[in-house]
Design a protein around this ligand. Structure first.
Ligand code: 5AD
Length: 353
């Protein structure tokens, strides 16, 4: 057997690869090897989660952001963005609509917008919890104080998504002039310690990102053991300093999704909107390469296009119900079954048993 086949087998059998092995794999993988990798990742996904793909309703509730990440379309210094903020009442209306469409997980995502104070967020979460005792409430609102995370958890939030973006300190600091590498990691650790189900993750194809950096991303995740892992291609946005850079590719992103499935086999891995933007079948391909979550957008159509982290984002003109059924068809066409339940991670649901 070739070195590559040995490595792919090792990843499948042991769910572990060293940094050097991951780098070798990333540097030498061929088209045929990728097919083998994806089939191992798919088998592993099936062993933990069967044919289920979990749906989460995504509410992008504000595009105001105090940070200035070089890659992001809604960075603070992009003056071309028409900023919007949904009121708590409008967010609750989205939840009502999402609930009627069958969603039992809501993801509340925004730029880092301090207009939403602890008090406002606590009241909002309590109200969602009161209306829908059984839903999972996921926050994706960026860096806040540990005390804030604590009170949001106490008021009923279950999960928190915060990508680590890249495990390379040097690259992180180049891309995030207003943020610190250590703060990001401290937030993730704090969220975990509080008891949230945590989602981390990274972008693929960032300018200057090396195979060593990507190997480090996977090693970092393996140590952190998050419940969820979001991986998407970097897609340049023309109104940012990285507007003329090359973006991440479909193949490179799928390889990272598949490796994440093999190395952290019990995690929830979304097939990201960014992959759907890169390729018409991008999300289906990710489901065939180990992903098992999709996050259809339920943001009101009137503001959707303004939440442009990258350009040409799909579903901009769709209504929430369009996304709901489009995604379900895509899941079925890829050979899986849409599941609207809470979709807890294998680990957290087996701990509760
Ligand atoms: N291309 C791809 N993904 C992006 N994100 C932000 N900007 C871009 C971009 N230009 C990702 C970041 C962030 C998540 C919400 O979106 O990883 O954490």
């Amino acid at each position: 057997m070739s070195d590559m086949h040995n490595l792919l087998n090792k990843a499948y059998e042991t769910n572990d690869l060293t940094k050097v092995e991951i780098m070798y794999l990333l540097e030498n993988i061929t088209h045929e090897d990728r097919a083998v990798l994806y089939s191992y990742a798919l088998k592993t996904k099936k062993a933990y989660y069967g044919d289920k793909v979990y749906l989460r309703g995504l509410i992008e509730f504000s595009n105001f952001c105090r940070q200035d990440c070089l890659y992001c379309g809604i960075r603070a210094s992009n003056v071309n963005v028409e900023r919007y903020r949904l009121t708590p009442e409008e967010i609750l209306d989205c939840c009502d609509q999402g609930y009627k469409l069958g969603y039992r997980t809501f993801v509340l995502q925004s730029g880092e917008d301090l207009w939403y104070t602890d008090e406002i967020l606590v009241a909002l979460i309590q109200e969602i919890r009161k209306r829908y005792p059984e839903v999972a409430i996921t926050l994706s609102i960026g860096e806040r104080r540990a005390e804030t995370y604590q009170s949001l958890f106490a008021s009923g939030a279950d999960r928190f998504l915060m990508r680590h973006e890249t495990a390379s300190k040097e690259l992180y600091e180049r891309l995030h002039p207003t943020m610190r590498f250590e703060d990001r990691r401290a937030c993730l650790s704090a969220l975990k310690a509080i008891g949230y189900q945590v989602g981390a993750g990274f972008m693929v194809g960032l300018p200057g990102q090396t195979p060593a950096d990507l190997a480090e991303d996977l090693r970092y995740l393996k140590n952190l053991r998050p419940d969820m892992i979001g991986i998407g291609p970097f897609i340049p946005h023309s109104q940012t300093p990285l507007g003329t850079e090359k973006g991440g590719t479909l193949d490179d992103t799928l390889v990272m999704v598949a490796l994440a499935r093999l190395l952290i086999p019990d995690s929830l891995i979304p097939s990201t909107t960014a992959l759907g933007t890169l390729h018409p079948q991008g999300r289906e391909l990710a489901l065939r390469a180990g992903a098992n979550v999709v996050m259809p957008i339920i943001t009101p159509t009137s503001v959707r296009k303004q939440y442009a982290l990258y350009e040409n984002k799909i579903c901009g003109d769709d209504q929430p119900e369009d996304c709901r059924y489009c995604i379900e068809r895509r899941i079925q066409s890829a050979g899986f079954e849409a599941d609207l339940g809470r979709g807890d991670s294998y680990r957290s649901s087996s701990l509760e048993d």
